[in-house]
Design a protein around this ligand. Structure first.
Ligand code: NAD
Ligand code: ZN
Length: 381
């Protein structure tokens, strides 16, 4: 499934991708090195409001809050600013509650608009605040981490974590637009960039072999945060994810292909008590799921090795044995997964790099049940 690319650079090198939402509307994702210059125009065109509130985690707001607030003029001269502590722990009902109370204290009404600045935590938490405050205010996403640019800002999912699990309380709330300026990601630590590149490698693996090669070859530059290449990669990943998400409605369950590497990735993450970061877990998950496909004679031999090389280049872990000390624990988490039916976990398997396996033409499907024994064999090697 080579997902076609129609990317065209607009003025000043920015690229615009249009993302379709479930209600048939579309919103723009503007990507570029320096794209922030377009923020005020976009606010006036796509998200006109009486008042704007800029919200983000304290780390990102400290680094970029002033720059972004200035770029909001003349749409707004001095937006109110609300912050919360950086880190996953802020994606909580408590923080949601505190922020919605603060909006009430500021007397923000239904004619307000919220700008979410930061990584995926900010996008999810602030997006959920916007989805629920006064039954929904428009939100604009200004992602600053690679994870947020290539993954969480596309698709409209927002929410918080609860004691029983991550992302269990939330809402679909697509933004009015997304503006991804790779200049803002210059301050992102190298390890965070590496984490984001796990999803980028996944996009290449499921949809575009050439793209995977470009990412592997450009890994050094991407890890250093080279603006132009990062912007090209963000645009292509947004294009792939949004193509999949928007086709999902018509091609039933196509969205599942985005779960490549995630069935085992989530199990590894949970079995480590979330010590293993998501991108690292997905890297190992992709390698294991490619090996599983190879063992089942579905995936072309050598595919797992191609992934190992790309993942190694972007400084992600490539030796699953380090995270598999207790296979029983991983299997237990696997069978608790929401997607497991009848004790047989489901996997997205590749035919080869760039091609997801569809199964027999009599019953095509984007994910496949695999006997637990085959998974056990894989984990016990
Ligand atoms: N909604 C979705 O579809 C979706 C998809 C993928 C991930 N997510 C969610 O996203 C979250 C992970 O996102 P994340 O990795 O961006 O986490 P994050 O938002 O916690 O950001 C990671 C760290 O980087 C810092 N940071 C962000 N941008 C920076 C910058 N430009 N300069 C310096 N530091 C910066 C943050 O302050 C934080 O400390 C998880 O909660 C996950 O569930 C959601
Ligand atoms: Zn993921």
């Amino acid at each position: 499934m080579l997902i076609p690319s129609t990317l065209r650079a607009e003025a000043a090198g920015t690229v615009r991708v249009r993302v379709a939402t479930s209600d048939g509307s579309r919103y723009p994702v503007q990507v570029g090195a320096g794209a922030l210059v377009d923020l005020s125009d976009l606010l006036q065109r796509e998200a006109r409001a009486h008042r704007y509130v800029l919200m983000g985690d304290d780390r990102v707001m400290g680094l970029h809050g002033d720059t972004v607030a200035e770029a909001m003029a003349p749409a707004t001269a001095d937006p109110a600013r609300l912050t919360f502590p950086a880190g996953e722990a802020a994606k909580s009902r408590e923080e949601w509650s505190r922020l919605t109370d603060q909006l009430l204290e500021l007397e923000v009404g239904r004619d307000g608009c919220i700008v979410a600045l930061g990584g995926g935590v900010s996008g999810d938490l602030v997006g959920f605040v916007a989805a629920t405050y006064m039954r929904g205010l428009p939100v604009v996403q200004v992602p600053t981490s690679l994870v947020a640019m290539v993954d969480s800002s596309v698709g409209g999912k927002t929410g918080v974590d609860v004691p029983l699990g991550k992302n269990l309380v939330g809402a679909f709330h697509p933004p009015r637009f997304v503006l991804a300026d790779t200049h803002l990601a210059r301050t992102l630590p190298r390890e965070e960039r590496s984490q984001g590149l796990a999803e980028v490698v996944k996009h290449g693996a499921i949809a575009d072999e050439d793209y995977l090669d470009q990412v592997r070859d450009g890994a050094g530059e991407l890890l250093q945060g080279a603006d132009e290449l990062t912007a090209r990669v963000v645009a292509r990943s947004v294009e792939i994810k949004s193509w999949v998400v928007s086709k999902d409605e018509r091609e039933g369950s196509l969205r599942q292909v985005l779960n490549f590497g995630h069935t085992l990735g989530h199990a590894l993450e949970a079995a480590s008590d979330y010590e293993l970061p998501h991108g690292s877990a997905v890297a190992l998950g992709m390698i294991l799921e490619a090996r599983l496909g190879e063992a089942l004679k579905i995936t072309e031999a050598g595919t797992a090795e191609v992934l190992v090389q790309a993942l190694e280049a972007v400084e992600l872990p490539v030796d699953p044995s380090t995270a598999m000390e207790d296979p029983d624990r991983i299997l237990a988490h696997l069978s608790r997964d929401k997607k497991v039916r009848g004790g047989r976990p489901r996997f997205v398997l590749l035919d080869r790099i760039g091609e997801v396996h569809r199964g027999p033409s009599s019953s095509p499907a984007w994910s496949h049940q695999v006997p637990i024994e085959a998974v056990r064999d894989l984990l016990e090697v």
